[in-house]
Design a protein around this ligand. Structure first.
Ligand code: SF4
Length: 492
């Protein structure tokens, strides 16, 4: 942070810096990333605090990753039985930490290397995540300890269950029980050169979820480890499946009610489409936590990649109006909370992006009066490759460029504080665009477009949907995909 700037710290999780020579506000998030960049560089050019401080643990099948970009890896059962902290501190992960300290780029972090190597000077998640307050405060400990010590993470994300009533296009049977049911009944999708979402693949990758009625050593280890990590936890996030369908989610909320922790943020990633009884139960417990000021903040992450019928097409089973009603209800009835929309940015997010930004601006003006309660993020979808924006024709880059220009018309300034668009929200979309422009090789392009056509023709047949009815403006792309599909006879 420069000396000529002033930090406005009156809104939780939403610090801004007033620039000396402009009305626009710089987010603390971005300036923290810039500051930590120098600290990381002083260790090595591949150092990232997220490998120590942040963890996603898949309790349904015993996998872990740090952060959530690298592929998951198996937690050895012997390691976790001997020490529940192996849910995070696996011997494999310790080796990746060693590489980072020594300046070697772990290949599993390709997401960040792609961004850092793209033309322009982009900050990657290595900087954003390492710049989080809960990560920076561990910097000295991490640098001074040996690479293989058992660290207590500050940001923990778990999924207790894969029960989910939606079957989103980019999801898989081991993450959604609805997907699992469909594949069990109708088999995998036949793609250009492989079968997509086959249960054999799930089994081979050792991702099959442990059934709810079976003993689960990973879940047991979690509840053993929980009291040990809870006092220093800064963010605890529950994902799924749909977490509101799992009893453990409510067990965590009850624990929090019994054990207030003023620095803790509880986050839940929900599709906000569950039955009203569950929504009532969730809102009731959230109110107790928020009204009693038992924690720092309650954050809801709502997954949605577009608006209206296009959002419903991408996330099959979603009712967009119900979703928006639940989001509004949550923001109106519970204080001291926020909603972050996660737009997993894919082929079908582009043409609805303008409407998505308008939805955010509208909700900000309705609900963000004293602090920012409405956020959004646009992580790029990389898998499956046939839903990646890199396979779209060039004209779709123009649509994103136009939305970026539109967003820049509403910057957050002193006057539009809490109602404008933040600098890092534009920066994140710009980096999606830069990555999109890198494209893929002609061979990959043809194959992935063919796969897009194979997947969604089968999707429409099985689920009674119609891609062109939902996305009439994408006819040019659909025809390219159809033409590509002719080159892949699927004779396997
Ligand atoms: S380098 Fe990037 S992908 Fe790897 S842990 Fe850090 S933020 Fe995640």
């Amino acid at each position: 942070m420069s000396d000529d700037s002033k930090v406005n710290d009156n809104t939780p999780g939403d610090r801004v810096i007033e620039k000396k020579d402009s009305d626009e506000l710089q987010s603390g998030y971005m300036s923290d990333a810039l500051v930590v960049k120098q600290k990381l560089d002083s260790v090595s050019p591949s150092m990232c605090l997220a490998k120590w401080t942040q963890v996603s643990i898949h309790l349904t099948n015993g996998h872990t990753q740090s952060c959530y970009h690298p592929p998951v890896h198996k937690i050895p059962i012997k390691e976790v039985e001997a020490n529940p902290s192996a849910l995070h501190n696996t011997s494999y992960k310790k080796l990746q930490r060693k590489k980072m300290k020594e300046g070697e780029r772990p290949s599993e972090c390709q997401y960040c290397w792609n961004i850092e190597d793209a033309p322009g000077n982009h900050l990657s998640d290595r900087h954003y995540r390492s710049g989080e307050e809960w990560a920076v405060e561990m910097y000295d400990e991490i640098v001074n300890q040996p690479y293989d010590y058992d660290v207590k993470p500050r940001y923990v994300e778990v999924n207790f269950n894969h029960a989910c009533q939606l079957s989103c296009s980019y999801c898989s049977p081991h993450i959604s029980s609805s997907w699992n049911d469909e594949i069990t009944k109708q088999g995998p999708y036949r793609m250009a050169e492989y079968e997509h979402n086959s249960l054999d693949w799930v089994k081979l990758a050792k991702l099959t979820p442990i059934r709810q009625d079976q003993p689960n050593p990973y879940r047991d280890a979690f509840w053993k480890w929980w009291p040990e990590i809870y006092p220093e936890l800064r963010v605890f996030r529950m994902t799924g499946g749909e977490p509101l369908l799992d009893v453990n989610t409510f067990k965590v909320l009850d624990y929090v009610i019994e054990h207030p922790s003023p620095k803790l943020q509880i986050a839940i990633t929900s599709n906000m489409s569950t039955k009203p009884e569950l929504m009532d139960k969730f809102i009731k417990k959230s109110k107790i936590i928020a009204d009693g000021k038992l924690i720092d903040h309650l954050a809801l992450f709502a997954s949605v990649d577009s608006v209206g019928k296009q959002a419903e097409y991408i996330r099959h089973g979603l009712n967009f109006d119900t979703f928006l009603k639940h989001v509004n209800r949550y923001l109106s009835e519970v204080n001291a909370n926020s909603v972050s929309f996660i737009n997993t940015f894919n082929v079908m997010s582009v043409t609805g992006l303008h409407g998505f930004v308008d939805m955010v601006l509208d909700l900000r003006s309705k609900h963000s009066h004293t602090f920012q309660r409405v956020w959004f993020d646009t992580p790029m979808l990389r898998y499956p490759g046939w839903q990646s924006v890199q396979i779209l024709p060039e004209r779709y880059q123009g649509i994103i460029e136009e939305v970026i220009r539109y967003m820049k018309k509403f910057p957050e300034t002193r006057e539009t504080r809490l109602r404008g668009i933040k600098d890092f929200e534009v920066a994140k979309l710009e980096r999606v665009l830069a990555w999109m422009k890198l494209g893929v090789s002609p061979q990959v392009l043809e194959k992935e477009r063919a796969n897009f056509y194979f997947f969604f023709t089968e999707h429409d047949k099985r689920r009674g949907t119609n891609f062109l009815e939902a996305f009439p403006e994408m006819l040019d792309f659909w025809e390219l995909c159809e033409a590509a599909s002719k080159k892949f006879p699927r004779n396997y």
